[in-house]
Design a protein around this ligand. Structure first.
Ligand SMILES: Nc1ncnc2c1ncn2[C@@H]1O[C@H](COP(=O)(O)OP(=O)(O)OP(=O)(O)O)[C@@H](O)[C@H]1O
Ligand SMILES: [Mg+2]
Length: 319
């Protein structure tokens, strides 16, 4: 594990955003700076962190961890469905096929926790059109993974829960594509859970984005990262579940919990500034999950990320 002093030393060098107008039209998401031209997008995963749909600041090495983990997972699942990946000229950059994105995100869950647990407890989990069994406990495993889709809101708006029935009734996705997308999601998630389990982790839930590229249903965006997924440490699960205490989490939930517990912030009003300690804490969780999943040591140089990206893009002929 990279020493904490190195994570701290990276604090002033994180990548907030990058201007690469020569690469095409910019679409700046909460986390990625996407430069699109023709049928490809140069997708730069910055170090920005968002929670409750607010961009809070940056986390050292985060863009690199997310991008490298997505590459790792794309390789692990390439027999299940095509992915949008074309090239990765820098550890924080993927060049991808532009897809026509489905207007829904496919969230799939192996356990009841997080927002679903809060909604279930408050008897507000009806929007998914699922008959929830009674008497579930926080962090309990489902017998079978459950898909709880959400709409893909435009920039600045919140994604909303939606049922399969509504997706089809509103013709957001055709029945054929929906059937294929949910089957692919189940297979991806099973593969992810199996691998995570072999590495001492639980892949709790995750979110997939899919689109149509070259006429085929394609996995786009990121997969199985600690931004888009929950990961728990497997060894303590049963004991913690039995005692009713929170699981050991290696994902973005750590910063959500900090926001809620230290600042009472859960999305309304102005978010608090992240302290350097919480930035370092989250970076070390992300690096830990990277190392556990890949079995590789995370090595990266302290230094300006934007400078490195420009150098790599030049060397590979993109700039
Ligand atoms: N292959 C692709 N083709 C088209 N769009 C894609 C592709 N892969 C990812 N995207 C889109 O690019 C954007 C990636 O940026 P980012 O992850 O920062 O966005 P976000 O904050 O999650 O979402 P939002 O777009 O709501 O801000 C997302 O809107 C995602 O849906
Ligand atoms: Mg995203």
């Amino acid at each position: 594990m990279i020493p904490e002093s190195q994570i701290r030393a990276q604090l002033p060098h994180t990548l907030r955003e990058i201007d690469l107008p020569d690469l095409g039209q910019l679409y700046r998401g909460k986390v990625r700076d996407n430069y699109g031209r023709g049928d490809r997008i140069v997708m730069v995963t910055t170090d920005r962190i968002s929670a409750f749909d607010h961009v809070l600041g940056t986390i050292p090495f985060k863009g690199e961890v997310l991008s490298r983990l997505t590459l790792f997972w794309f390789d692990k699942v390439k027999d299940i469905a095509p992915t949008h990946l074309l090239d990765s000229p820098d550890p924080s950059v993927m060049v991808v096929k532009k897809a026509k994105a489905l207007p829904v995100e496919i969230v799939i869950r192996g356990y009841i926790t997080g927002s679903l647990w809060r909604d279930y407890q408050a008897e507000k989990a009806g929007a998914y059109g699922i008959e929830w069994p009674r008497g579930l406990r926080k962090d309990q495993r489902f017998d079978e993974a459950i898909i709880t889709p959400s709409t893909k809101a435009e920039y600045g708006k919140h994604d909303e829960p939606i049922s399969e029935k509504e997706i089809l009734a509103q013709r957001l996705v055709t029945p054929e594509v929906w059937r294929e997308a949910t089957q692919v999601a189940k297979r991806l998630f099973a593969r992810g859970q199996e691998w995570a389990s072999s590495r001492g982790l639980i892949l709790v839930d995750t979110k997939y984005e899919m689109g149509i590229a070259d006429g085929k249903l394609t996995v786009i965006d990121e997969i199985h990262t600690p931004d888009s997924s929950r990961y728990w440490v497997a060894s303590g699960y049963e004991d913690r579940f039995a005692r009713g205490v929170d699981q050991e989490m290696l994902d973005k939930e750590n910063v959500r919990q900090w926001l809620i517990k230290e600042h009472g912030f859960s999305g309304h009003g102005k978010p608090p500034a992240l302290t350097d300690d919480v930035r370092v804490m989250l970076a070390s969780k992300y690096i830990e999950v990277f190392e556990k999943l890949t079995g590789q040591a995370f090595e990266s140089k302290v230094g300006d990320v934007a400078v490195r990206i420009r150098q790599n893009l030049k060397a590979k002929g993109y700039l």
